[in-house]
Design a protein around this ligand. Sequence first.
Ligand SMILES: *[C@@H]1O[C@H](CO)[C@@H](O)[C@H](O)[C@H]1NC(C)=O
Length: 165
Amino acid sequence: MRFTSWLLAGMLTIQASTLCSAGPFHAQCKVEWYFGLPCRNVYEALVTQIKNWRTMSGCIMGGERCLYKLQSASLHFISAKHTTPVKKYVDDITFRLVSYGFFTHCHVSAMSVSETWYAVRDHGTNYCNLYNLMEGSGLTEAPEYKEITSDFMCTQRSSANCTVY
Ligand SMILES: *[C@@H]1O[C@H](CO)[C@@H](O)[C@H](O)[C@H]1NC(C)=O
């Protein structure tokens, strides 16, 4: 009995550590962002940035700040697609916006998922899909800006170079 529970505990530990080091099994990324700005401002900044980067022109000098496509947009939910300029992989992006602090602050739950089901390693592309919009729109400079994510929530987050991806 004792042996069995030790074995079980050991197996769980191994499984948990494998999970943590490997990150998600499918290439994807989830990020929580917080801003000292009303959600309306965050919404407008994100939608404007997605539209500004819809053509190839942002990627002529390299990087992947191009080929975004707005799918739907309402004050609380934005959905878009991003296509990588070279290999044409498509990722689905969503932003959920929730106000807090009497509408003075905004919490954004962002998610990017590769449509290609076998994509496991993504060089941080899914993280960069989201982060580049935040940075390009100037939201990373917003008051009380805070980002919460990890390698567990985002494939290859810590090695992501968003200048390239
Ligand atoms: C990211 O890639 C660019 C272009 O190759 C390079 O100049 C830059 O140093 C890299 N940044 C990091 C943090 O590795």
